[in-house]
Design a protein around this ligand. Structure first.
Ligand code: PLP
Length: 427
């Protein structure tokens, strides 16, 4: 399969005609359980000696097609789908972390991720150290004996900042740690983090992958390249697992160790399962990913450069603009473009931002991104509301900033709508 071009893989990877019926489109296997051939078959499945379907909290044929597709598109060895992007982040960290362990994360993250990492994971005894990933010496300095992973976004939401993944991978390699990259804003169409040295790639499939605002879903793709047994730091993967009669995941499953653990322990015991209907919508969405991302990028480039020239605008963060300090990294990290997401800083501050959001007609005011529809949100009063002003600024969501997710409509119509709304916001 991997000999084929990316657009061919979007359609065909994982999605053979249905083996039971010949159905050409992947059916929705709306079932909770699967009949065992006999007692021996059941025992082999439960012992992980044979791969098959037991119960849909762990595995489901529709979800399995999506997992194979995601692994192929990202160039990974395997993938685990789960119920949301946030679930994917917990699923990625779960086999690596333990009480007292920490993850070194970028200050430029989706607001919900900042909250998850700075607050909620502490209930598990885990912690996160936040660092500016433009300063790799600081990233390196933040790593200590108890660090178990490094986490960043390829194109960081909401600011559209681009992370030097090759440099981050070098730091992770030197420390013997896995690099986890949230590739939600870029999608594998724009960026393939494993080619830049990432160990794991996490996604919110809720966004560009499904692409039309119908699904909440997530995914963890494993490169299959990390040696979980080298340091003794990852006992869940290298040491005997008591819940499977002392099975050692890395020794038994090699490059699929993380994926098998994610399903056999992660989904089994944490239960953050993706449902087959959601997997089906996501599979439909992925078929048109290239067509959509191309238009998202074209539109974002036009709208961002128009906004940059507008009197009411102080700054536009889009890395696709020649004025962006991240412009050089576009060629290195995401050569097909800087995505469809950026922020706009208005001279009129908080008040003007709120008026702009209320005056737009085509843009929908929602807490989502990566939809075919153009979307807008004032992050400081919504998604990033739980953060301190300092955290908001670091995340590119200061009070005078509006986040825009450019859809695939006609760019002229989007510009016309922004023009009338900016006039009201500043008039
Ligand atoms: C939306 C988003 C998430 C969280 O995903 P959900 O599917 O909403 O749980 C994580 N990271 C990024 C970059 C996102 O945009």
């Amino acid at each position: 399969m991997s000999d084929y071009g990316f657009d061919t893989l979007l359609i065909h990877a994982g999605a053979r005609p249905d083996p039971a019926t010949g159905a050409r489109q992947t059916p929705i296997y709306q079932t909770t359980a699967y009949v065992f051939r006999d007692a021996d078959h059941a025992a082999a499945l439960f012992n992980l000696q044979e791969v098959g379907f037991i119960y849909s909290r762990l595995t489901n044929p529709t979800v399995a097609v999506l997992q194979e597709k995601m692994a192929t598109l990202e160039g990974g060895a395997g993938a685990v789908c789960c119920s949301s992007g946030h679930a994917a982040q917990i699923m990625a960290l779960f086999p690596l972390m333990g009480p007292g362990k920490n993850v070194v994360v970028s200050t430029r993250l989706y607001g919900g991720s900042v909250t998850q990492f700075s607050q909620t994971i502490r209930r598990f005894g885990w912690s996160a150290t936040f660092v500016d990933f433009d300063d790799m010496a600081a990233v390196e300095a933040a790593i200590d004996e108890d660090t178990r992973a490094i986490f960043c976004e390829s194109i960081a939401n909401p600011g559209g900042y681009i992370t030097d993944l090759d440099a981050a991978a070098k730091v992770a390699d030197k420390a013997g740690l896995p690099l986890i990259v949230d590739n939600t804003s870029a999608t594998p169409y724009l960026c393939r983090p494993i080619e830049h040295g990432a160990t794991l790639v996490v996604h919110s499939m809720t966004k560009f992958l499904t692409g039309n605002g119908t699904v909440t879903g997530g995914c963890v793709v494993d490169s299959g390249k990390f040696d979980w047994s080298a340091s003794g730091k990852f006992p869940s993967l290298s040491e005997p697992e008591p819940a499977y009669h002392g099975l050692k995941f890395h020794e038994t499953f090699g490059p699929l160790a993380f994926t098998f653990h994610g399903i056999a322990v992660g989904l089994r015991d944490l239960g953050m399962t993706l449902n087959p209907q959601a997997a089906h919508y996501t599979l439909l969405g992925i078929e048109t990913l290239s067509l959509r991302m191309k238009k998202h990028v074209e539109n974002a480039e036009r709208v961002a450069s128009w906004l940059e020239g507008h009197d009411a605008v102080k700054a536009v963060t889009y890395a696709g603009l020649p004025s962006s300090p991240y412009h050089d990294r576009v060629a290195q990290i995401c050569p097909k473009g800087a995505g469809g997401l950026f922020t706009v800083t208005l001279k009129g501050g908080y008040e003007a931002c709120v008026k702009l959001v209320d005056s737009l007609e085509l843009f929908s005011h929602v807490a989502n991104l990566g939809d075919t529809r153009s979307l807008v949100i004032h992050s400081a009063s919504t998604t990033h509301r739980q953060l301190t002003e300092e955290q908001q600024k670091a995340a590119g969501a200061a009070p005078d900033v509006v986040r825009i997710s450019i859809g695939i409509e006609d760019a002229e119509d989007l510009i016309r709508d922004l023009d009338q709304a900016l006039a009201k916001a500043t008039g």
